[in-house]
Design a protein around this ligand. Sequence first.
Ligand code: SF4
Length: 300
Amino acid sequence: MVEYKGKEVILMACSSCNIKKCEHCYISYEGDRTPSELKEIATKLAETYEVYINGAEVLVNKEYFDSYKIVNQNWMLTNGFEIYRNPDILDYLKERGIEIVEMSYHFGIQDKISKINNAMLEKNIEYLKEKGMKFKLLVTISTDNYNMIDRMCEKAVELGAYGIEFTNFLNQGNAKNMDSSNLLNAEQISNFFDQLLAVRKKYPKEQLVIDRSGLFGKNNNSSSCHFNCPAGTDMVVVTPDNNVYSCLFLAKPGLEIGKLENGKILLNESIDNDGNLCLAQELCNNNNEEFVSKVLKLKK
Ligand code: SF4
């Protein structure tokens, strides 16, 4: 086995979720860490790597937030349900150094995929503003809403978000039970990229930070596209059962690339990912199993 020498580690606290998972949820691993276990591992890994803590839904146990300061993380991801149910939780989070909340807000498809509705999310936005916290909206893009990018950005500005981030609908986890007609084809992805370039011109970063996940792959039509997939080379994911995966979207039994052992991240073999393709998109949406198995050196 070889020790992981890359930069980032995403430490998954749990697989639990307070709304028992959205229709499109990609989470494919099982298990929850105890808060003390999380703290111990975060402390150890932060000596060597940039560590980020993630869920599924981290607010299922607020004691997980005792680890955020240890890894210098001032932001968190959430589905928003716990904030709606108990807005006072924001004071608790602020005390633990959280300044930025990144919250799911799926324009046009929220009711189709989540038990939390837009009115609840907009109430949360009022609470966040009252507490002076910055927020970013996390939007899943499917065939239903891919052509609304400008409207989404306009609404994000109107709501007072500092940023918006688009994630491609991925055929993974719960989403596998949904109709495959939700998946964007190559032409729709290209159209999405064109809209993205247009809104980035329209909204200066000071007004709205516009991000997109790697799940759309490289935009071959744009010379300004800096796509680089770091999966397994500069980023790994550690799940609560101490398995190591190449990417959050590929954290699924059978796709392990290593183990966390005695505080060390050990990979089965060094990973040769040239970064040109999104491995999760290739495996889940493009059925390019052979390519991903080869890159991740998965045993058949
Ligand atoms: S496989 Fe690579 S590009 Fe795709 S989401 Fe994961 S890290 Fe990002």
